[in-house]
Design a binder for this molecule. Structure first.
Ligand SMILES: NC(=O)c1ccc[n+]([C@@H]2O[C@H](COP(=O)([O-])OP(=O)(O)OC[C@H]3O[C@@H](n4cnc5c(N)ncnc54)[C@H](O)[C@@H]3O)[C@@H](O)[C@H]2O)c1
Length: 253
């Protein structure tokens, strides 16, 4: 079923993990998808792989913390596809450290990518969305927004994304634009692999121990989040606005 045919999506951080899965699911639903990432090599690999399925895709290399690159990327996507209907603010990084050891650079880098990046991309998107009186902005938060040891920077950024989401929902709803957030729990990606490596635990053991704490007794996969992205992206979801959906196998894991 192509429930998003005729729609155009931009997914940031699309070269791997959750972003790649979201891009794939949106494309499978018929959307034209602009894959945006700062990792040119990863982006090309992802683009080549997904293109093999016959999807309508564009790849643009851009750093979401660079306003000129963001604006140019959105202009390129809009000129290629004709519109920008859906934005998934997914690009993200971690720089975990206990608070007493956290450097100013750890703090600034994480807040910049998650908060400033989401701000730049959403502002670029709303230029197109307000004119066409239609849009779907989907922001990727995290269960870490509720607090997580070693993640003062990341938790702050992910909680900030929730406030940003609700505020934009209030401001942009009158233009046919909905703004929602997804807060994933533990998802198996390169990001969580890096965490396992940092603490010196084999990834499989790490995933098993995390799964034991999750009510559904399994870890999340990128497709679990892509599924929620599609729900918010649908035209039919027009009365769902300003919500944060925890997709974590339980209420708070
Ligand atoms: N994996 C999890 O358990 C988990 C849980 C909660 C939330 N999240 C969030 O989901 C999102 C995706 O996470 P993931 O696990 O797929 O991570 P990942 O590290 O596998 O992928 C992140 C992608 O973002 C890109 N990126 C990073 N900084 C960028 C920048 N400045 N500009 C453009 N692209 C940039 C990277 O190149 C990479 O392709 C992130 O926002 C992350 O915080 C992940």
């Amino acid at each position: 079923m192509a429930r998003l045919s005729g729609k155009t999506a931009i997914v940031t951080g699309a070269s791997r993990g959750i972003g790649k899965a979201a891009a794939e699911r949106l494309a499978r639903e018929g959307a034209g998808v602009c894959l945006l990432d700062m990792n040119e090599e990863g982006l090309t690999r992802c683009y080549d792989e997904l293109s093999g399925h016959g999807y309508s895709l564009l790849k643009v290399t851009a750093d979401v913390t660079n306003r000129e690159e963001v604006d140019a990327a959105f202009a390129e996507a809009a000129s290629h596809f004709g519109t920008v209907d859906i934005l998934v603010n997914n690009a993200g990084i971690i720089r975990d450290n206990l608070f007493f050891k956290m450097t100013e650079d750890d703090w600034d880098t994480v807040l910049n990518v998650h908060l400033k990046g989401t701000f730049y991309c959403s502002q670029a998107a709303q230029n197109y969305m307000v004119k066409q009186s239609y849009g779907r902005i989907i922001n990727i938060s995290s269960t870490s927004a509720l607090g997580n040891r070693g993640q003062a920077n990341y938790a702050t950024a992910k909680a900030g994304i929730q406030g940003f989401t609700k505020t934009l929902a209030i401001e942009l709803g009158r233009y046919g634009i909905t703004v929602n957030a997804i807060a994933p729990g533990f998802i198996e990606t390169e990001m969580t692999r890096a965490t396992a490596e940092r603490i010196g635990v084999a990834f499989d053991d790490f995933a098993i121990s995390r799964a034991a704490e999750i009510p559904v007794r399994r870890s999340g996969k990128p497709g679990d989040i892509a599924n929620a992205v599609v729900f918010f992206a649908l035209e039919d979801s027009s009365f769902v606005n300003g919500q944060v959906l925890y997709v974590a196998g339980g209420p708070k894991t």
